[in-house]
Design a protein around this ligand. Structure first.
Ligand code: PLP
Length: 442
């Protein structure tokens, strides 16, 4: 049976992720084609993509170079075993990634998603300390309001209650959380990084005092927390986290699944904010969303710690059937080539000021209580309806879609993350529709 939006039975079998299934199936929102900055519905209605799909289509939709590279690769070789066998594109991609990564992050472990990248990085952190003979470092620290995907590792270090509450006994043990940095009282409507909150990094010292550094393996944070409503790091916060980690021998992991590949105006937020972690997790923009793929970038110090055992011994008992899948490698190489040729990794620096100006012009619109933006990502926080989280923002999401604009809402924050190819005319269209919809929901 093919999908027919007018026939609910035809939509029943597909259990949709992070979606209100019954609500959706009663009134579906479908897209069938995509090109450049736009989706198109099955009936041919154009929808401006204000979110680069799900923060991933950074070079815009329908890039022929990627399509061709994937098709060519599949013609030549569809699959190669990931374990004990190599293929050239995997090594070339790792080399290319290392070239654009922060200096010092010079090894790459491939995965198939952001969630897998996070769980991989956490496992590497634990195994790293063990390999160095420091096996008491077993604690992993995340942060409140963090999102690190949906694996058991990711939800354990994550800090979003809805993603955790159904699995309270399934969390990995020994995890604790830093305080979040969301502070509207002091930082509302600031442009660029918020001025207040560097001292929140000292919460790591509190956890060290509580647990002792000798038990802590790693801290994982998103440089900009995306899924919890675009929460920016206070000025100096990430640098201080780095200093405290160094002082106590704790690894620092940046989850750059959203901030990677040009979102902030540099290849990675680590470079934009001038702080180098020990590992970076990434996915999404790595292949422009065309083929699932993720990666963990790790320092030489970490890689070398594993390269100690007897020759012939597998150093890390971890990996996926589809790690460095040939089609994904081809997609990623073509994507990185586009980013480089079209200078997209720094494009957010050029268009960012116009984006920031336009988003801050929403200040004063009904229910808008904060606006946060950096590079080409923005959060517009709305005052919640008492006792009904999400009820303010979701109708705006629905109405925007009906009016030809795809935004994203998380709780009562509207999140925008357009493709890096966005032009001023798209900004006019995006903020025209969004502004009108906010006004209509006074
Ligand atoms: C920061 C962060 N980490 C991890 C993930 C999980 O990625 P995936 O959905 O590809 O598993 C996401 C997804 O949005 C993310 O934003």
């Amino acid at each position: 049976m093919s999908a027919d939006p007018k026939n609910p039975a035809s939509l029943e079998a597909y259990w949709m992720p992070f979606t209100a299934n019954r609500q959706f199936k009663a009134k579906p929102r479908m897209v069938a084609r995509a090109s450049g900055m736009y989706y198109e519905t099955p009936e041919g209605r154009k929808i401006l993509d204000g979110t680069a799909g799900l923060w991933c289509v950074n070079a815009g939709h329908g890039r022929r170079e990627i399509t061709r590279a994937v098709a060519d690769q599949l013609e030549v070789m569809d699959y190669a075993p990931a374990f004990q066998i190599g293929h050239p594109a995997a090594f070339e991609l790792a080399n290319t990634l290392v070239r654009i990564a922060p200096a010092g992050l010079d090894h790459v472990f491939f995965t198939n998603s952001g969630s897998e990248s996070v769980d991989t990085a956490l496992k590497i952190a634990l195994a790293y300390h063990r390999a160095r003979g420091d096996a008491s470092r077993v604690r992993l620290l995340g942060r409140e309001r963090g999102y690190h995907g949906v694996g058991f590792g990711g939800i354990s270090v994550g800090g979003m209650v809805a993603n955790r509450k159904a699995w309270p006994t399934a969390m990995i043990p020994g995890v604790d959380h830093l305080a979040h940095t969301h502070d509207i009282k002091r930082n509302a409507f600031t442009r660029g990084l918020p001025a207040h909150g560097v001292e929140l990094a000292d919460d790591l010292e509190r956890l060290v005092a509580l647990h002792d550094a000798s038990t802590i393996a790693a801290v994982i944070v998103e440089p900009i927390a995306g899924s919890t409503g675009v929460v920016l790091p206070p000025r100096g916060y990430l640098k201080r986290l780095r200093e405290i980690c160094d002082k106590h021998g704790i690894l620092l992991i940046f989850d750059e699944v959203i901030t990677g590949f040009g979102r902030t105006g540099a290849a990675f937020a680590a470079q934009e904010f001038g702080v180098t972690p020990d590992m970076i997790t990434c996915a999404k923009g790595l292949t422009n969303g065309a083929i699932p793929m993720g990666a963990v970038l790790a320092s030489k110090k970490i890689y070398d710690a594993f390269m100690q055992g007897p020759p012939g011994a597998i150093e890390l008992f971890h990996g996926y059937t589809y790690s460095a899948h040939p089609a994904a490698c081809a997609a990623a190489l073509a994507t990185l080539d586009i980013y480089e040729r079209e200078k997209l990794l720094t494009r957010a620096k050029e268009i960012g000021p116009a984006f920031e100006k336009a988003v801050h012009e929403l200040r004063g619109m009904p229910h808008v209580i904060d606006i946060r933006s950096y590079g080409l990502v923005a959060g517009i926080e709305l005052a919640p309806v008492a006792g009904s989280p999400g009820a303010r923002a979701f109708p705006i999401y629905q109405q925007c879609f009906e009016r030809g604009l795809l935004i994203r809402t998380t709780g009562d924050t509207i999140a925008l993350s357009p493709a890096l190819i966005i032009e001023p005319k798209h900004l006019d269209e995006l903020f025209g529709v969004l502004g009108q919809t906010l006004r209509d929901n006074a």
